[in-house]
Design a protein around this ligand. Structure first.
Ligand code: ATP
Ligand code: MG
Length: 377
């Protein structure tokens, strides 16, 4: 998947000037840019507003924590304003049954708070509770072509998965997902989006929507920022079957699991028969994954942990890793239990406050957008 497949080469909707090609950025350039951004963030965290979030399709797992949640908390603690969207409308992009949404949203909220998201400093809100955000989808949809959406790598990949599983074609909501995401990011004038490298093309749609909106309706002074991708220096965690850890594969270690469940989880982890432990991510991905997780929680390097393990065998490595994870997650899990037992009132308040904050911002943005578009009567 390459960012050079972004839709700059096609003719944009009529009336929209063609963007210069230089706006198409390679992954290497984005990485370089991210390093620059990190030092700017450290100096002036107040200049940045981050938008990121999750689909409430289940409780969060170890992959979420190491892949994104820790980074969000780090940014929050640096003083960056963080907006966390619980994207409930995105749950129904590819499934008919959203499950018990209130229960799932509650679990995600517990995971966020237990991991260190501070509702005083960060804004947690749900998609469906912010109507003005969703209305932005209408003008934004007019700024992209169907062909551009068809070429979006994520839309393409999801459509392929649907076809492979014999499901009916992509829903219209899935098809317009990248534009919905532009609304999520731009409603609050988010200017920083932490992403994995494979998500760069997605942000390109948001940047394109912002650019085209500005060109068409706000040429003198750009109204929307073109958000920057902050490539997370994070790991991709594998599940105990050797595939990427994910909610829907049933291979995940949930953050809310108990110590015993954690030990049992790692006992089942797939490894290889070589007794000598070495850190070779390409040749021995499962062992490397265990080493990365263990190293993360013990504050060492995977190579060092491998050297320490020597020829102790995969069984011993699993013991060491599950011990490290149990210890490392102990405070998070204790906080989570405490929050869960405090009853639903506190969580409801956190969400109500976040939703109110998001609504105030979205209402204002939509007002200004309607002014810029001449839709004031
Ligand atoms: P689903 O099975 O519904 O796709 P998931 O478990 O794969 O769920 P997502 O909601 O797709 O989780 O992921 C949200 C974000 O969490 C991703 O964009 C990624 O940044 C991060 N993430 C998810 N799984 C992992 C993982 N195994 N390792 C690292 N990061 C992950
Ligand atoms: Mg996923």
């Amino acid at each position: 998947m390459s960012v050079t497949t972004t839709p700059e080469a096609t003719t944009p909707p009529s009336g929209t000037p063609r963007e210069p090609r230089s706006t198409t950025r390679s992954a290497a350039a984005a990485r370089e840019r991210s390093a620059v951004l990190e030092s700017r963030i450290a100096q002036n965290p107040g200049e940045y507003r981050v938008l990121t979030g999750d689909r409430p399709t289940g409780a969060l797992h170890l992959g979420h924590l190491l892949g994104t949640v820790e980074n969000r908390v780090r940014l929050q603690n640096l003083g960056v304003e963080v907006f966390l969207i619980v994207a409930d409308y995105q749950v129904i992009t590819d499934r008919d049954d959203a499950g018990d949404l209130p229960a799932t949203v509650r679990e995600v909220l517990l995971d966020y708070l237990a991991a260190g998201v501070d509702p005083e400093r960060s804004t947690v809100f749900t998609h469906s509770a912010v109507p003005a955000l969703n209305q932005l989808l209408l003008p934004f949809l007019s700024l992209v072509t169907v062909a551009e959406l068809e070429r979006n790598p994520t839309v393409k990949a999801e459509a392929a998965v649907a076809a492979e599983r014999g499901r009916r074609g992509s829903s219209g909501l899935l098809f317009t997902y990248p534009v919905h995401q532009a609304a999520d990011i731009l409603f609050c004038h988010g200017n920083l989006v932490p992403v994995g490298e494979d998500q760069l093309p997605h942000l390109e749609t948001t940047r394109m929507v912002a650019r085209r909106f500005n060109q068409r309706y706000s040429a003198a002074q750009p109204y929307f920022p073109e958000p920057d991708a902050l490539i997370a220096r994070s790991l991709t965690i594998l599940g105990n079957d050797g595939a990427k850890m994910s909610k829907s594969r049933g291979n995940a270690l949930e953050l809310r699991a108990s110590a015993d469940e954690t030990v049992a989880y790692f006992k089942r982890a797939r490894t290889d028969p070589d007794r000598v432990i070495t850190y070779e991510p390409d040749r021995r991905p499962e062992i490397a994954n265990l080493l990365q997780i263990g190293a993360h929680f013990t504050g060492t390097a995977p190579e060092t942990l491998a050297d320490e393990m020597g020829s102790a065998g995969a069984g011993r490595l699993k013991d060491i890793v599950s011990e490290a994870v149990v210890e490392g997650l102990r405070p998070l899990r204790a906080r989570r239990r405490e929050l869960a037992s405090a009853g639903p009132r506190y969580l409801a308040e956190v969400l109500a406050t976040g939703n109110a904050r998001a609504n105030a911002i979205a209402d204002r943005t939509l007002d200004e957008v309607r002014d810029l578009m001449g839709m004031r009567y």
